[in-house]
Write a protein that binds this ligand. Structure first.
Ligand code: GCW
Length: 640
């Protein structure tokens, strides 16, 4: 299928309209290389003289992916040292649209902040009886496999193009929980990875694979997967060599080890550095990397045991290993210490490992933020995380070498279930390229490209700008987290996890609520932070309201900085949040007739569910805390 036909069929943020400004002009493309060819295909017809847009390889010290652009004497010029830079420069012109051809401007240089900007798919080949095909997927089945076999990859081609337009340059295609069928992608099913890599390649995206640490046993028939065993080292080396023979630009491996039941080096009495390094050594001769996840904690905790704190686990396991990882081993750390909650402090691991390459992992798929049934624009949350000054020298974006996120895409016609969740995927790529971008301007970019310049932009901003905070306001209060229904994690269930082995507790009783993580009287987690955060979080007076219950157990009458008591704050935010959801649905009415009717219908269906679910959250949370505390609502509203 031609690019035009594909774009028309599944447009997201690259409908044919988005390329009109370029297609209406005379464009010259100079240079050779596969990605330069991609630019030529995108442009369609090129000229050699009298161009109004020139895209040219040159040497401007812009690195492998950077580009420069300027406009002089009526000509817009994009320069790049390497083909990938030219492709990113091209998509920048697409974003600018007509503005790329107006006025004159001096040279602007654009170089990505992160060398790798990666999406992890939690896709399986087989359909899991409970989880479905995509673990924590809310957009239908996998775009890579159906009925146990590879799909027609046309749609993956469109996906590659969409991702390249945001700056993504790496994709891991299968679930980090590697089951028996998917483990074989590394060996006898490698051909399927080859085919996907071929589709991603023209868009500058490298393919990575999640592998099982037990692969030498599962696939190689070895008696052990001990990382220090010579046979095991040899198996990884040979297997990896075969992968590179088939995919010369293969990106590398992603590993979830000793985590939630996955095998790992602890099973052999070895450290996670030993585990990561055996894979890193196998990949090094080919320039590959291993992404080793730091999501290691005891998921069989005794809820009676108040000394074990899941928030501490990643730091306790990994900080002592700083400096022990190979250069091509990247420690992939979730942005918060627990698990992608709506509100968490930034993980202290990000500051604790100066001699290790750290990738920060975000969750674009909305497992804990409304599962793509609630409209929740996550750009502001990520922007806050990335800009958080964790040490006196650097913010999170400065400490991270890479940004990785779990994808929210499936075979849904709108790609992301909730059409507005496309904005999250778009924003992730843009923030990974430049973490300093304003998330609300990124939203404007997405609106322009995806919905067109004529829709009611103010209404969309009113719906989405604060939607993350709105979601926060009607779900678990003040950073305490979870309170979701166990298993699928959708909707409220305040005590659902309270007496389970998962380590996610709120400790509410008739006096108060929250987790004491102080050094003075609690789990000592605050001590994992550098100053000033170590003291700020320790202090009941200085701890920010939104994280109060993450760090402290307080009485319901405790007065917040806002002046409200904890209990009244809970009531107020939950009433206000559920009302905001109703308001969001009302605002969407303003877009009637401005967007594709099917998209409109889908958004309405989701907003209806959001309104219902927000009311359910409001009533369960308010009722729960009213019953526990016995405190009335100062405004006398209905609590059950
Ligand atoms: O949040 C949890 C999810 C699991 C997921 C795990 C992880 C892939 O509930 O479904 O497993 O995180 O990040 O490994």
């Amino acid at each position: 299928m031609s690019i035009d036909k594909l774009a028309a069929a599944h447009s997201a943020w690259l409908p044919p309209r988005a390329l009109q400004a370029i297609k209406a002009r005379r464009v010259a493309v100079h240079g050779a290389g596969r990605l330069v060819e991609t630019v030529r295909e995108e442009v369609g017809t090129t000229v050699t003289e009298d161009a109004e847009l020139i895209l040219r390889l040159s040497s401007e010290r812009l690195g492998d992916e950077g580009f420069a652009l300027y406009r002089r004497d009526g000509v817009t010029v994009v320069l790049a040292d390497a083909p990938a830079g030219l492709l990113y420069g091209f998509f920048h012109v697409v974003r600018l649209g007509e503005a790329a051809f107006a006025g004159e401007w001096p040279v602007e240089r654009h170089v990505p902040a992160m060398r790798r900007r990666m999406l992890d798919h939690w896709d399986n080949i087989d359909v899991h009886p409970v989880m479905g095909q995509v673990e924590r997927g809310y957009s239908g089945g996998s775009i890579f496999w159906r009925d146990g076999v590879p799909r027609d990859l046309d749609r993956v081609r469109v996906y590659a193009r969409l991702l390249a337009a945001t700056g993504i340059n790496a994709v891991a295609i299968n679930n980090v929980n590697v089951h028996a069928t998917e483990a074989r992608l590394l060996t006898d099913r490698l051909g399927e990875v080859v085919a996907v890599a071929e589709v991603f390649r023209p868009y500058g995206i490298r393919v990575h694979l999640s592998v099982s640490f037990a692969a030498p046993v599962m696939l190689g028939g070895l008696p052990t997967a001990d990382p220090l065993d010579e046979g095991v080292r040899g198996w990884w080396a040979q297997t990896t060599q075969r992968v590179y023979a088939a995919i010369p630009d293969f990106g590398g491996y992603v590993v979830k080890a000793d985590s939630e039941g996955q095998p790992g080096p602890f099973g052999y009495g070895r450290s996670h550095a030993d585990g990561a390094n055996v894979l890193a050594d196998a990949l090094a001769p080919f320039g590959g990397v291993v992404h080793w996840r730091a999501f290691v904690y005891n998921h069989r905790q005794d809820w009676r045991d108040r000394s074990t704190d899941r928030a501490r686990a990643a730091y306790d396991h990994f900080a002592p290993l700083d400096g022990k990882f190979r250069d091509n081993a990247i420690l992939q750390v979730k942005h918060g210490p627990i698990d992608f909650q709506t509100r968490e402090p930034v993980s202290p691991v990000i500051a604790a490992m100066p001699a290790t390459s750290v990738a920060v992992e975000l969750q674009v798929t909305q497992e804990y933020t409304g599962q793509q049934r609630h409209a929740v624009y996550l750009g502001p949350m990520w922007s806050e995380i990335l800009g958080f000054r964790l040490t006196s020298e650097a913010d999170v974006a400065g400490l991270a070498r890479e940004l990785v996120a779990v994808s929210n895409v499936g075979d849904d016609p709108f790609w992301t279930g909730h059409p507005l969740a496309q904005a999250n995927l778009y924003a992730f790529g843009r923030l990974a390229w430049d973490p300093t971008l304003d998330p609300l301007s990124i939203l404007d970019e997405w609106v322009d490209l995806a919905l067109g310049p004529d829709v009611d932009r103010a209404a969309l901003h009113a719906i989405l700008d604060d939607s993350w905070r709105t979601y926060e306001s009607y779900t678990a209060p003040l950073g305490v987290g979870f309170m979701v229904r166990p298993g699928h994690h959708y909707g409220p269930d305040v005590d659902g996890y309270e007496y389970t082995p998962w380590g996610t507790y709120h400790f509410a009783d008739r006096e108060g609520v929250g987790v004491d993580r102080t050094r003075a009287t609690g789990t000592g987690f605050t001590g994992q932070y550098p100053q000033p955060w170590s003291d700020v979080y320790e202090s009941l007076e200085r701890c920010p309201d939104e994280l109060l219950l993450f760090f402290h157990h307080v009485p319901y009458e405790h007065v917040l900085h806002s002046g409200s008591t904890v209990i009244q704050h809970i009531y107020d935010t939950h009433f206000a949040g559920a009302e905001r959801a109703v308001e969001m649905r009302r605002l969407w009415e303003r877009l009637a007739g401005q967007v594709d009717p099917e998209l409109d219908a889908r958004v309405r269906e989701r907003l209806d569910e959001q309104v219902r679910s927000a009311a359910e959250w409001r009533d369960q949370i308010n009722t729960y805390f009213h019953r526990k505390s016995g405190e009335p609502d100062a405004k006398g509203r209905q609590i059950y």
